[in-house]
Design a protein around this ligand. Structure first.
Ligand code: PEP
Ligand code: MN
Length: 276
């Protein structure tokens, strides 16, 4: 494996030794990720209604989440699956953000959607779009933080070269998200690549977080993988939380309840205190 990337890349550790700290949101709700700053991001896979979003958001915020996630444009593997609430979903996300005072992240699947994302604090580029270079170039021209998720078959160099499109194009605010890769193992939806966290940290100054929901596909595995990633040096954890996982329109099997999130969050904070 190619563990070294060109030292001439802007995302490389050689190019910049100090950890990048990305600020998300503004005012009192501003959150930092990277360096000493660790953050929990939580919320439903997809926004279903304003009520469900508000309910989940209030509970995860109380439990320690500092950024609310919620997908409105869903890049589904099957064209017959629920595709998301689109612009209406984003308007509910924005309302909940202002009612609760919590920054928001949502996935953008095409640069033409940018005007709809004005009030979204961090733009998520999903796994399926990690190598959509035209989208990356468009996001490079904005000053919004970008949460770049690793493609299912992307090497770490592929991943970092995608981040380079954004950083070299003028937007230094990139957070990398490990979300599992495709391997021969089919007991889980994907295989969480825990070693990617310390490896990426040696290769790049950008913050690296873990999404244990997509990495495993099973709610019972969210806590152990969240803890493992935290111990391995992740700058944050993003989990899917649903108030009724069994009836979720998307990714219910990997969604934990707000009560489970509260106990996972407590254990993550305790682990961070213990490892210093
Ligand atoms: C998501 O975060 O809901 C999502 C679609 O993730 P990924 O791009 O990692 O599959
Ligand atoms: Mn999902």
């Amino acid at each position: 494996m190619d563990q070294t990337i060109s030292h001439t890349l802007k995302v490389s550790r050689e190019c910049k030794a100090a950890n990048t700290v990305v600020s998300i949101g503004s005012g009192a709700g501003r959150v930092q990720i990277g360096g000493p700053h660790f953050a929990l991001i939580a919320g439903p896979c997809t926004i279903e209604s304003k009520e469900m979003l508000f309910d989940i958001a209030a509970k995860v915020k109380r439990a320690g989440a500092v950024i609310l996630r919620g997908g409105a444009f869903k890049p589904r593997t099957s064209p017959y699956s629920f595709q998301g609430m689109g612009a209406e979903g984003l308007s509910w996300l924005s309302e909940v953000k202002h009612e609760l005072g919590i920054p928001i992240v949502s996935e953008i699947t095409a640069s033409s959607q940018l005007p709809l994302f004005d009030d979204v604090d961090m733009l998520q580029v999903g796994s399926r779009n990690m190598q959509n270079y035209e989208l990356l170039k468009a996001l490079a021209q904005t000053d919004k933080p970008v949460l770049l998720k690793r493609g299912v078959s992307a090497t770490l160099s592929d991943f970092l070269l995608s981040a380079e499109y954004i950083v070299a194009g003028g937007n230094p605010n990139v957070i990398l998200c490990e979300r599992g890769i495709r391997t021969f193992s089919n007991e889980t939806r994907n295989t969480p690549d825990i070693v990617a966290i310390p490896l990426l940290r040696s290769m790049t100054h950008l913050p690296v977080i873990m999404d244990p929901s997509h990495a495993t596909g099973l709610s019972s595995l969210v806590e152990p993988i969240a803890l493992a990633a935290t111990a391995a040096g992740a700058a944050g954890i993003m989990t899917e939380v649903h108030n009724d996982p069994e009836s979720a329109l998307c990714d219910g099997k990997q969604s934990i309840t707000p009560a489970d999130f509260e106990s996972v969050a407590k254990r993550i904070f305790r682990l961070r205190d213990a490892i210093g």
